[in-house]
Design a binder for this molecule. Structure first.
Ligand code: GTP
Ligand code: MG
Length: 198
């Protein structure tokens, strides 16, 4: 464990950002409990990647001010400088919360200065099937167009929260791509069984 990796959770108010973190890290969230709007909370977690490495991750939970409620306002610029990864959260029972992601994604893309960042999309409250306003396929089509991985999750099902965080942590901590190297000349034959391709 070396560098601390930073993940920013953002999305419309009330989509469940704080509930997701509390449930993921402590399993302690009581659904539909009276909630307080977040100003900003920072959590530190250790997440085991799909390479089996434990990585320290700092998770920034933002509140409505990060997506200025009632306006189409920009995300504050200081949120665009530091994260290595973004989790865009919408509420599957709120079309408005999904619609807001488009602008958010554009803002992040515009300001990230060619820095490599990774972004994923999660649709929360998916257990509320009767109140669903955003169909999985609709969100999936948008995510595919934007080249983003997309999951439906629910705070009621803690396991559903694990995959997106492990996937994103694995991405932001992955060693530099080997495709950056030009192909070299083969000098000696090597048994492929000995190659560590991880
Ligand atoms: N049924 C259901 N309720 C949820 C779920 N996730 C969150 N909630 C509820 O939704 C409400 C809002 O959750 P918060 O975590 O406060 O939402 P937030 O995105 O942090 O809101 P802000 O901090 O205001 O931006 C709370 O009453 C949660 O219990 C879920 O998966 N299912
Ligand atoms: Mg919150």
């Amino acid at each position: 464990m070396g560098k601390i990796n930073k993940i920013l959770l953002c999305g419309y108010c009330g989509v469940g950002k704080s509930a997701i973190i509390e449930q993921l890290l402590y399993g302690s969230h009581v659904l539909e409990s009276p909630s307080h709007s977040t100003i900003e909370d920072i959590y530190t977690a250790v997440i085991e990647t799909d390479r089996g490495v434990k990585e320290k991750v700092r998770i920034f939970d933002t509140g409505p001010a990060a997506l200025q409620e009632g306006t189409e306002g920009d995300i504050p610029k200081h949120y665009l400088n530091f994260p290595d990864g973004y989790i865009l959260v919408y509420d599957t029972t709120s079309w408005e919360s999904f619609r807001r992601l488009e602008k958010l994604k554009k803002d992040i893309d515009k300001h990230r200065d060619k820095r490599e960042v990774h972004m994923i999309v999660i649709g929360n409250k998916s257990e509320l099937t009767e109140r669903r306003q955003v169909q999985f396929d609709t969100a999936q089509a948008w995510a595919a167009k934007e080249k983003l991985r997309h999951w439906d999750v629910s705070v009621a099902n803690r396991k559903s929260l694990v995959d997106p965080f492990v996937w994103l942590t694995s991405k932001i901590t992955q060693p530099p791509s080997k495709t950056n190297f030009l192909p070299g000349r083969k000098t000696k034959s090597t048994s492929s069984n000995n190659l560590d391709t991880s």
